[in-house]
Design a protein. Structure first.
Length: 429
RNA sequence: UCCGGUGUAGCUCAGAGGUAGAGCGCUUGACUGUUAAUCAAGAUGUCGCUGGUUCGAUCCCAGCCGCCGGAGCCA
């Protein structure tokens, strides 16, 4: 049996069809009931005429509220009065499951939609986004698998940190305190010595207390690590990955992009090289714009957005000050004040979608940095072995998948890029 | 954590020191072309919580809590 999207064409005009779906809108007008039915592909109007269906079918059609599940049989007719231009004139209308009064109505608040998230994911907006999200995940796998990477997983329950202790979720592990992973990176640095080119898609957890339109406490992280390569090669991989994702979505999600009012040409234009600047240049540029920024501090959201200016591709900022960077980012041999690291800042949302670096090969530097951050070195001993047993140059990056989906879909808030968002204030449903 | 806003019917909101309102939704009825229709009738409340002022507080005051937006941090 055809899905609803297929029915909306001349091919089916005059044909008998059966559709399965859920009531999207319903109106009754005497002995005629108009039921708009949705399935995962679209919506179509079904007209139920009292004279054309069994009596029970008609009274059920009159009674059934929004989101009742139904199976309708009938003939497809072209009719300008129907939304979408086609409708099904019912010969049978079977209500599979009567719905309670639907809590989501015309008047909606953000909070209501979040409380009713399990129902709101049925909405057109959410299903469009979720379809694009699915393409994005698939495109990430395609890219890495087609380019010689092995997919390999790291534990979620971990004894050590990557990005700082205050942002760790603590877990009671048989009366011992361990943490939810913030990144697979430390394990990746061990595994890359075995498999050389690796990647992973996994959830990462950050217990940051920040409420913004671009933070989740649980988000999906696509990470890669390559041996024998430095920062430049890593950046190129990031550009190619982003480009591949955009091309794939532009190819496969035209109806969804249209519904979200996103131009596929914009996605197609996302091809390497992306604009690049060093942190030094960024600071200079910001100062010229009259912003009060000093060398040595991380760029804030405000500044990242100011930098984006008129760029319509991600902006790559490199060589941030070493002092403010995580312990595994190495000093630039040509300028010891800065690290061999980079961020991709997305246009429009003006926010980091990729962060990466070369990894420090100097075990003494790593230990020094960890000590400065007040870490217990013994918890990192296994990690330091990657430097003790045949260390080689290696690099990697992490991409926040929801931020990419947010950018591609043009979403105001990152929480709509994931079906059940977890933020500081929300863990239900 | 800081700054700003907000909390009243199922939902979106208005309201005033004297025991509560609209629209939508829901129920009932009418309607054979509706477009989250229209018309008529009906049901629906811990006015966020605690305390204070007052003859009387949902309204004024204090504290607390929830939520929303922004900032810091980061992907």
């Amino acid at each position: 049996m055809p899905k609803i999207a297929e029915i909306l064409s001349d091919d089916y005009e005059g044909k008998e069809v059966e559709i399965k779906g859920w009531i999207y809108r319903t109106r009754s007008s005497g002995s005629l009931v108009f039921v708009v039915v949705r399935d995962s592909t679209g919506v179509v109007q079904v007209t139920v005429n009292k004279d054309d269906v069994p009596e029970k079918d008609f009274s059920d059609a009159e009674k059934a509220l929004i989101e009742s599940s139904v199976i309708a049989k009938g003939t497809v007719a072209k009719d300008e009065r129907a939304p979408g231009g086609y409708e099904i004139r019912a010969s049978g209308f079977n209500v599979v499951g009567f719905a309670d009064k639907y809590p989501i109505t015309k008047d909606q608040s953000t909070e209501l939609l979040l409380d009713q998230r399990h129902l709101w994911i049925r909405s057109r907006k959410m299903t469009n986004v979720l379809k694009i999200r699915s393409t994005v995940f698939g495109a990430i796998h395609d890219y890495f698998r087609n380019n010689g990477y092995w997919e390999v997983q790291a534990p979620i329950l971990t004894p050590s940190m990557v990005e700082g202790g205050s942002t760790l979720f603590k877990v009671d592990y048989y009366d011992k305190e361990i943490y939810l992973a913030q990144s697979w990176q430390l394990y990746a640095e061990a595994m890359v010595m075995a498999l050389e080119k690796i990647y992973c898609i996994a959830p990462s957890f950050r217990a940051e207390k920040f409420r913004t339109t671009r933070h989740l406490t649980e988000y999906w992280h696509a990470e890669m690590e390559i041996a024998w390569e430095g920062m430049d090669e890593c950046i190129k991989e990031g550009e190619k990955l982003i480009s591949h994702i955009c091309q794939t979505v532009a190819e496969r999600n035209l109806p969804e992009l249209e519904a979200l009012k996103r131009d596929p040409e914009y996605l197609k234009s996302q091809v390497p090289p992306f604009p690049r600047m060093k942190y030094d240049e960024a600071i200079e540029m910001l100062q010229k714009k009259g912003m009060n920024v000093d060398w040595g501090k991380d760029l804030r959201t405000l500044e990242e957005r100011a930098l984006m200016g008129d760029f319509n591709k991600p902006l790559i900022v490199t060589h941030y000050p070493k002092e403010i960077m995580a312990f595994y980012k190495p000093r630039d041999p040509e300028n010891p004040d800065v690290a061999l690291c980079f961020d991709f800042i997305a246009p429009e949302i003006g926010d980091e979608i990729i962060g990466g670096s070369e990894r420090d090969a100097d075990i003494k530097e790593i230990i020094k940095s960890l000590e400065r951050e007040g870490e217990d070195i013994s918890r990192y001993d296994w990690y330091l072995d990657s430097r003790r047993f045949g260390s080689v140059q290696h690099s990697g990056f992490g991409m926040g998948i929801e931020r990419v989906v947010q950018w591609i879909c043009g979403l105001e808030h990152i929480r709509d890029a994931i079906p059940f968002p977890r933020t500081v204030a929300r863990y239900y449903p």
